[in-house]
Write a protein that binds this ligand. Sequence first.
Ligand SMILES: [Fe+2]
Ligand SMILES: [Fe+2]
Length: 184
Amino acid sequence: MTVIEELKAEHQAVLLTIRILEQITSKLENGQAIDSRHLDQILEFLQIFVDKCHHGKEEKVLFPAMEEVGIQVEGGPLGVMLYEHEQGRSFVQGLKIGVEGYRVGKVDAIAQIVENAQKYSRLLVAHIDKENDVLYVMAERVLSAEKMADIAKAFIRIEELEIGPNKHEEFHATLHALKDIYLA
Ligand SMILES: [Fe+2]
Ligand SMILES: [Fe+2]
């Protein structure tokens, strides 16, 4: 798998998580109770797998490599991607507050979860499209095979640092268990 294929595969996992989260929020809106452990699992996935690991690979490795060969950050595509990562973080933070409230039965917790989940979903679906169709295509064009090999090594280090080998499998297993519950 090339580094770009690896990132695209991670996007697929992000999109699956978003579909699960959408099912959860529509159940909540319909007055159904949700196991708060499932919400915790989604949150952990969004914070660790999506943000620390996937966005970490982009922000710490891929984007700087593109910047090095002349792709603009300020006012350019990389700047937009970085800004959207920040927006995503604030929606995940809002979602977290909602989940904490839900656990203790706070009145506005469901509205808080739904609002932030919807904003996150809209943002990330569009963000992923832009990366898959524009930014990654650009990366494949401007980065040499040698640079791509360095990026692959740096990605392995981020995986080890942010997730660890067993945790990665655990994340995917959890995601598939949630998929069987909510998307069956
Ligand atoms: Fe991104
Ligand atoms: Fe991405």
